[in-house]
Design a protein around this ligand. Sequence first.
Ligand SMILES: Cc1cc2nc3c(=O)[nH]c(=O)nc-3n(C[C@H](O)[C@H](O)[C@H](O)COP(=O)(O)O)c2cc1C
Length: 262
Amino acid sequence: MANKAAAEHASSGQSADYSRYNQFMEIVRNRITIRSFDPSYVVPREHYEMILEAARHSPSGADAQPWHFIVVTNPDTKNKIADYCVNEQNSRAKLKMKFPTPDYRGLRTAPGFIVVASDFRWVRAFPVLPDSDTSELARMYVANAERILLQSVAAATMAAHLAAAALGYNVWWVTLLGQEKAQNALKPILGVPEDLALLDIMCFGPPPPDKKPFKRWKKELNEIVNWERFDISHYMTLAQIDDWIKNKRHLVMYKPASDIRG
Ligand SMILES: Cc1cc2nc3c(=O)[nH]c(=O)nc-3n(C[C@H](O)[C@H](O)[C@H](O)COP(=O)(O)O)c2cc1C
């Protein structure tokens, strides 16, 4: 069943049935970020469950499934989390990172949050050397294991975002990772044990009545695909990357694809 279209394509020479792929791509293309929501909308509990059911089936290193999802609908808790993010946005603005930080006040309008957490102790499930080994090699394997863990949680998070898109919602992926302050401020609010790490917040819902979601610019397929060997024309120098960051990043983040030139 899973390989029906591929099998048909290989065996018949006739055009394969791509209807399931096309339906899937409809969802993929319409997974679109918004940064404020219709505040009057209530997400049915069933939808949280349907979304997290998609996350549950995700692949993970060693099938360790190192993820936890905390659904937050309590307005008081939501406001505390949103306030933290707004304050963080304000502190970041003073740090002169030049990052076009989004307006986190929109978090207050999200019908609910799904806070995504992980447990870095699960790196032990991946190829690492014994705790007693303090060598550079051991550190390298721990760094690899952390990548495996983060990729695993990202895979599950992405499944959840696609499921939300399949239910007709817009989405918002908000990072918490690596901010010690975020961990200290938010874990007690959510009753999350010290050993766990909060990684991000997933928001989803319909847009506010006065805002129309827009599709963002995406690279063309031939810019990202390399056949057999890396196409060196895809390589960017540091100066080119810096130029992109300076001149294009704010546009691709906040303008529709139709406003962006390749
Ligand atoms: C790993 C990851 C982290 C992100 N972190 C943030 C974030 O902290 N704040 C935010 O407003 N958007 C965040 N986003 C959303 C991106 O800005 C958004 O996906 C991107 O601009 C492309 O837009 P699209 O989702 O409509 O395709 C994040 C997305 C990903 C995948």
